[in-house]
Structure formats: C-alpha cells, structure tokens
Design a protein around this ligand. Structure first.
Ligand SMILES: Nc1nc2c(c(=O)[nH]1)N[C@H]1C(S)=C(S)[C@@H](COP(=O)(O)OP(=O)(O)OC[C@H]3O[C@@H](n4cnc5c(=O)[nH]c(N)nc54)[C@H](O)[C@@H]3O)O[C@H]1N2
Ligand SMILES: Nc1nc2c(c(=O)[nH]1)N[C@H]1C(S)=C(S)[C@@H](COP(=O)(O)OP(=O)(O)OC[C@H]3O[C@@H](n4cnc5c(=O)[nH]c(N)nc54)[C@H](O)[C@@H]3O)O[C@H]1N2
Ligand SMILES: [Mo]
Length: 783
C-alpha cells in the first residue's frame, strides 16, 4: 500500500503570478472539486472514499483541520476543501523510508522549505540524532523511550524541561501527557493556545467566569445578527459558511469587521445546493467595516457608547435591565467611562467613518439575538484581552448571553485545542484541578505555575530549559521571532518531537534529538482490547468520539496514547499510582480517570458513546450563571489604546493563505486572494504604495521597527496592490514570523502580537525573486 516518495520540487517565487485582487465569493463547487482531485491523485479512489467521505460521520473521524462543530444532520458531503486537504496530507500512503536519513543530513534539512519537508511523506519509525552528529538514525521504540526517560531523570530540576502540546492531540493522550508531566514534577506545559486564543480565555475568564463560547451550534442559524471580527472563515472555517447562510435565510444579518475584504465574508456558493452550483450564491455580509488593524477596541467602545446614549434618550427601553440587575456588575463604571469617549480618537483608531459606526450600532439595537464571533485578528493584538472584554461588555448590555441565538463565540483553531485545555494542558491549571489529579493518582502535583510558549523560549535562551518535548505541532516554525526561537531551541540538550510528518522543528533541534512517529486521527487504532476511538471537543463544547477509518501507513507506528503511556511508565511508573500498561491496551481506562478528575466529564465512557457524544456544561450559556468570584458577569472598564504607526511605516499582520494549515504548506496558491505559485508577497493598499514611493510588483525588504536593538528583516517580498485598510499590510505566516518580536505580546495573555508588527518596506537592491531554498537557509544562517 505504501509508496516511495516521488521527487518533490522546491517551489520558486520567480514563477509567482498575481491575479486581480480578492474574489468576491467562496467555497462553491470549485471548492469541493479542488479537494477531491488531489485527494484521489495522492491516495487513490479507495483511500479517498475511506477518508474524505468518512470525515465527520457518525462512526468516522473528526476532521483534523479546524474546531468548527459538526452539524447534527450529517450528510456525506460534510467536509470542506481545506478539511480534505488536511486529510489527504495526513492519509497519504507516501512514507519516508530508512534510506532518507542517510541521504539527508540535519543541516541539509534546515535549508528546506516547510512545503518540501511536509511533502516527503509520513514518518514511520523512531529516529535519533546523537549530540555532535548531523544525521538521524533509526532507533527502536524501547531505546527511544529510554533515552527520553534517562535524560529527564538526570536533570537537576523537573522545571528544566518543557512539554509542548499542539491542538490535534486527543483528549485521552492529552490527559495522560499532563499526568505524566505533573507526575514528573513540573507545570511547564506550553501549548499552541498560548499563541492562539489565550487572549479569549483570559478575557472571558475574568468577565464571565469561563473561557469558552457561550453559544451552541444551533444558535448561529437563529441569530438576528452575527458580527464576525478578525476572522477569515472562507479559508479557515469553511463549514461555518453554511451556518452563516442559514442565518441569512432565517432573516438574520451579518456584519464583517476586517482590514481585508475576505472572499468568504462576501458571497457563499453552497456546494450542497443547486443555487450554489449555478447561481450567484448567498450574499453574506450586510455590512463590511474595513477597519484599521488594532482598531476593534475603539469600534466596540463606540458601539457600546451609542447603546448607552440610546438608553439615555429613551430610558428603560434599550438595555436589558432585568438581566443587568440580576446577573451583572460594573454598569455604572462602564457608563461613566464611556461618557467621555473621544469620537476623534475612535475614528483615528478604526479608520472608519461615523456613519459606518452608526449603522452597525443601529443594527445592534434592532437585533434581539446577537452573536459576536472572533479569531486571530482580535486575539493576537497588544490589546487583545481588553478588546474581547469590550465584546463581552457590548453583549451584556442587551442581555445577549445565555439565550438562544445569542452569545460570545471565539472560534478556535486546531480541532482539539479546546479539549486539550479541558484535559489539563495549561501551565496555570487551577489548584482544584491539581487536588483532584493528586487524589486520583496518589501523588502531590507541583503547585507553582509553569512557563507558557514565550516564557519557554526566554528560559531556553537563559539556559534554564534544557529539554523540550512536543506532542505534535511545529513549535520552532510556529513561534514568533524565528531567529531568536531557533537559537534558543538549538541551545537545548535534547528535543523530542512526536509527529506525523517532517517540519522545521525536526531540522532545528537540541544538541541531541528524537523524532517519534505517530498515527494520525484518520488511522484505525487497534490495541490489545480491540479497536479504539479517541475523543475531542469542538469550539462549542461538544465532545464526541473519533474513529480512524484507514489502515495506518505503517505497523511500526504507535498512537499518541501509546507513546505517552510508555513514556509515563518509564518516567513516573514508580512515583504515581497509574496503570500505564492498561491505558495503552484500553482507552476506556483513561476515560474512567478523566471522569474522576475533570469537572463536567463525569461518566465519560457512557456519555461519549451516546449518539453524537455530549455537550459540556456551561453556566453562562445554560443558565446565566457566571462562575466569577462574585457570581456576576463583570462589565469592565478598559483604557482605549490603539496601534501607533510612525511615519513611513505600515502595520503588518501575518496570516494564513488558502493553501496552508498553520506551518503546513499544502501548495503555493492563495486562490481567493488571487495569488498563484508563490508566498513571498506583501499586500499593501494602492494609496500607501504611492505614498511610500513603492510600486506594485516591486521587490522589497520588510524591516521590523520594534526598538530593542535586534535586526529583523525578510528580503525580496513582492508588493501586491490590494484593498487592505490604509496604513496596513499583510504577509503570510510562518515566513513573516522572523519579524514578530518575541517580547511584544498581548497584555495579560502573553500571546505574541502576530497581527500588528510595525514595519518599513525598502526596495530590495536586487530585484530577482527569492527561491524558497535561499530563504529557508537564510533564517538558519542568522543563528
Ligand atoms: N485551512 C486552514 N484552516 C485553519 C487554519 C489554517 O491554517 N488553515 N488554522 C487553524 C487555526 S490554529 C486557527 S487559530 C484558525 C485561524 O483562523 P483566522 O483567525 O481566520 O486566521 P488568520 O489567517 O490568522 O486570519 C486572521 C483574520 O483576521 C483579520 N485581521 C487581522 N488584523 C485584524 C484586526 O486588527 N481587526 C480585525 N477586525 N481583523 C483583523 C485578517 O485580515 C484575517 O481575515 O484557523 C484554523 N483553521
Ligand atoms: N506569525 C504568526 N505566528 C503564528 C500564528 C499567526 O497567525 N501568525 N498563529 C499561531 C496559531 S493560532 C497557532 S495554533 C500556532 C500553531 O502551532 P503548531 O500547532 O505548533 O503548528 P502546526 O503547524 O499546526 O503543526 C504542524 C505539525 O503537527 C504535526 N502533526 C499533525 N497532525 C498530527 C497529529 O495528529 N499528531 C501529532 N503528534 N502530530 C501531528 C505534523 O508533524 C505537522 O508538521 O501557530 C501560531 N503562530
Ligand atoms: Mo490557532
């Protein structure tokens, strides 16, 4: 079944083609066709049928692409183009053979692009790079486990190790992983959420007492108004478009707030409906606010002020007084604070006109049921936490929480990032969780908080962290400040990656390195007690099982649960009371413990087997109960601040193309934005191009302006004239991570500010385009 890797060509930005601006529709039939053709090409008809068509079905696997929930009425077509890409990428029968490691040194892998690395095929056996050597070599599973356990046992303190998790990890593997780490004695559990929705968790935790969405799946179709802020659903959560369409069909309105006119926010061609195939599709946004980067906090304050002014004009008719009196506190302080909101400052921060803000305010006032959704355009900002608190303020004023069709809806990224947090993957889990964990397994968990993602790099830089392990992900590729991050990782003694495919984190390693290959979610997982399933939680707190549907690409692979069980046994088998052998044989045993330790997961094994799984309790959503210290939802006062931009600079956001999943690059097109065969582009407003003396198509060096004495520059990016908001620019992540300063993070959540980097564009002295190889090695040489 497996096949050897066909030669993968490195791409070259010399062939880059720029079309004419953003498409005005998304996700129609081309979407589905685009997905099926490569799937069949890569996997053949049979494997495609077993994967793509089994996705999100009752006894299928959960789509590994995003955390958007599954509908209750499942159709065979319940997948999107990007879900199919994720599955094709994982379930490919192409594998990395033994000879690969002798042929390619680690220093050579470091010159390769993420695209090339990911296309080499699936990892199938553990490999080890001893310190001082430049090649990985195959190693047995027991030997690999021994190397990790011995290293950890030899450290001076458990806090010299950090254990990262990416958000595809199942609940079962995540639960065991945090148990092992805490059993070992540290809370150093950084995760991808630290770079992602951490700001949402902080803001919501402090205001409504829970860092999760207060809506359920059916609410989207039933809302009168959905405001989508800082999110590109057409690319990153395509199945959400179906719900937006349903909302419109029920008479609801949709408003999009974004510095870019993203395709999915304009029109949607539903591939499951005739009109989506032949017609113009559904107009999505009733209003589009072309906001300046970082201007959302000002916009939200301005809307809340208009709501309060309307109430002052017609007392008793605008606010939800009953709800505010019974469930909230802080209204007077908020009123007081917004009474002197400076409209000029709002207009400067947002780049919007007063009438546009008035229009959104009147839509908000007219609607009885409002949902506000958001993603990275809001969270990865210096004022991300405060901005989300303003979202909560606005919703609370009119009681838009804890009733059908209304609520706060952060849209998570990774398919199980929310579940991993529920299972205890957090460097700051509450003491009540530690108590339950310690009681269940008969040990005393560490009580001090551990390090988050940014702190991990900083502590590596200081020599305080010597060991790094990652359960999935690509920490080096995903993290801010590529050069600093890579230098920090290179300074560790041992780095261990549990992965499905190669990425930059396997090329930029500690002195000694291990790769432990694992099964993906698409693959059938058979253990001693029979076939196993795992479980995941989506962005609206629905927990459900995921069953693999294809043969694993290799029988040497272990599941994540098995890898963690074996390591747990070797590392802490004698320190905590846990049946590590049993966990690997039968995942029900893991779930029994989850029932005992994790609040809301009681009777997990029974409830996960109910049709469609179960929904976790959520006080604000279910009963307007707010688990804050006072039992009330808190309206907060936040000082207005927006991104200041010195003359001659732009505010750059780093974002995803349509052909990538985070650091995984599937291809080099960004169809909806008109880009083909290249990624080294910077989107700039045509008026700014003129003002800065640049030209469309010119190659520029992009230089970071963060003033800490470090030079951050990426070279030869092509200027693309594009209708982004004035003063703003956009480039793709991870290439642009070089520019994101490690220490420039969101207040409160410590998330790198990946969406607002002040940069200067300078014409490149050499106007011949980059090849990706020179770019990849450029980053490595800087170390
Ligand atoms: N196909 C695919 N799906 C994915 C992913 C993927 O890479 N590929 N990644 C997954 C993950 S982990 C995540 S977290 C999500 C990410 O999902 P998104 O958050 O949609 O991802 P980004 O591409 O970072 O897009 C950020 C959006 O915010 C806008 N924006 C930037 N700055 C501002 C601002 O200041 N204000 C406002 N209002 N808008 C702003 C950008 O123009 C862009 O539309 O997607 C998940 N799903
Ligand atoms: N500049 C900038 N930086 C960003 C962002 C941004 O918008 N701009 N976004 C941030 C966000 S939102 C996130 S979530 C992070 C993402 O950070 P990560 O989650 O660390 O990165 P990914 O690229 O999703 O990880 C991809 C790798 O995961 C492995 N993998 C895939 N599936 C599995 C599996 O089932 N099991 C295991 N064990 N491994 C698997 C593969 O080896 C693959 O190469 O990046 C952040 N970084
Ligand atoms: Mo994310």
């Amino acid at each position: 079944m497996t096949s050897k890797n066909p030669q993968v060509e490195e791409y070259d930005d010399k062939d880059l083609v720029v079309g004419d601006g953003p498409k005005d529709w998304a996700a129609g039939i081309p979407g589905v066709m685009h997905s099926m053709v490569p799937a069949i090409e890569h996997m053949g008809v049979n494997r495609t049928r077993k994967t793509v068509l089994a996705m999100n079905q009752k006894k299928g696997f959960d789509c590994p692409s995003c955390a958007w929930p599954d509908p209750k009425h499942r159709k065979t077509f319940e997948f999107c183009e990007n879900g199919a890409k994720a599955v094709t990428w994982e379930a490919t029968p192409v594998v990395i053979g033994r000879e690969f490691w002798a042929e390619h040194s680690v220093s050579e892998l470091r010159t390769r692009s993420e695209y090339w690395l990911g296309m080499q095929g699936r990892l199938t056996e553990p490999v080890h790079k001893p310190a001082g050597e430049d090649h990985y070599k195959p190693v047995s599973w027991p030997e690999a486990i021994r190397i990790v356990a011995d290293k950890l046992k030899g450290l001076d303190s458990p806090d010299e190790a950090a254990f990262y998790t990416s958000g595809r990890t199942s609940n079962e593997a995540a639960f065991l992983y945090q148990l092992m780490v805490r059993g070992y004695g540290t809370n150093n559990l950084p995760d991808c959420s630290n770079m992602c929705h951490e700001s949402s968790g902080w803001a919501m935790g402090q205001t409504i007492g829970i860092g999760k969405a207060t809506v359920s799946f059916d609410d989207y179709a039933n809302a009168d108004l959905i405001i989508i802020m800082g999110q590109n659903p057409g690319t990153n959560h395509p199945r959400m478009l179906t719900e937006l369409e349903a909302c419109k069909e029920n008479g609801g309105e949709i408003v999009a707030v974004n510095p870019l006119p993203e395709a999915g926010l304009r029109r949607y061609k539903n591939p499951q409906k005739v009109k989506g195939i032949v017609g113009r599709g559904t107009e999505i946004a009733d209003q589009f606010l072309h906001i300046r980067i970082g201007g959302d906090m000002a916009l939200l304050q301005a809307i809340s002020k208009r709501v309060l002014d309307a109430e002052a004009r017609n007392p008793g008719t605008v606010l939800d007084h009953e709800f505010l009196a019974a469930h909230c506190e802080g209204l007077d302080e908020l009123k007081e604070h917004l009474s002197d909101l400076d409209e000029e400052a709002v207009l400067a921060a947002t780049g919007l006109r007063t009438e546009e803000i008035d229009e959104l305010a009147s839509r908000y006032l007219k609607a009885e049921k409002v949902i506000i959704t958001w993603a990275m355009g809001i969270t990865q900002q210096k004022k991300g936490v405060a901005t989300i608190k303003e979202i909560i303020n606005l919703l609370l004023l009119r009681g838009n929480m804890g009733k059908p069709g209304a609520g706060a809806s952060p849209i998570r990224g990774h398919s199980n990032v929310q579940g991993d947090r529920t299972m205890g993957i957090w460097e700051q889990m509450p003491q009540s969780f530690m108590d339950a964990l310690g009681d269940e397994f008969g040990f005393e968990p560490p009580r001090d908080h551990g390090v988050d993602a940014v702190e991990t790099i900083n502590k590596m830089r200081d020599g305080g962290i010597k060991f790094f392990m990652a359960l999935g992900g690509n920490f080096v590729g995903a993290m801010a400040d590529t050069n600093a991050t890579e230098a920090a990782m290179s300074g560790t003694e041992l780095s261990v990656q549990v992965s499905t495919k190669l990425n930059r984190s396997h090329a930029v390693t500690g002195a000694e390195a291990l790769i432990l290959p694992t099964m993906g979610r698409t693959e059938i997982d058979i253990q001693e007690s029979g076939p196993q399933f795992v479980s995941v939680e989506d962005t609206v707190c629905a927990v459900h099982p995921s069953w693999g549907s294809v043969e694993p690409v290799s029988h040497h692979l272990l599941s994540e649960t098995a890898i963690v069980s074996r390591l747990g046994k070797a590392l802490v088998g004698d320190r905590i009371k846990a049946d590590w052998d049993g966990f690997e044989k039968n995942y029900d045993l893991v779930r029994d413990h989850i029932s005992q330790v994790v609040g809301g997961c009681e009777d997990y094994n029974t409830r996960i087997r109910q049709e469609g799984g179960f929904i976790l309790e959520n006080g604000p959503r279910d009963s307007r109960t707010f688990p804050t210290p006072t039992g009330k939802a808190v309206l907060t006062v936040n000082d207005l601040e927006h991104v200041q931009k010195p003359e001659g600079t732009l505010i750059l956001q780093t974002m995803r193309s349509h052909d990538q999943f985070n650091t995984t690059i599937y291809g080099h097109n960004d169809r909806y934005r008109g880009i083909k065969k290249g990624r080294d582009v910077v989107f700039v407003n045509p008026d700014d191009i003129v003002e800065l003396g640049l030209a469309d198509g010119m190659l520029v060096d992009i230089r970071g302006e963060y003033r800490d004495g470090v030079e951050r520059v990426i070279r030869k990016f092509r200027v693309v004239s594009y209708p982004t908001a004035r003063g703003c620019a956009a480039a793709y992540y991870p290439e642009a991570n070089v520019l994101v300063p490690l220490d420039h993070t969101a207040d409160g959540s410590n998330t790198p500010v990946s969406k607002a980097v002040i940069v200067r564009l300078e014409p490149s002295p050499d106007q011949t385009a980059n090849s990706s190889r020179s770019l990849a090695s450029g980053a490595a040489q800087l170390r």
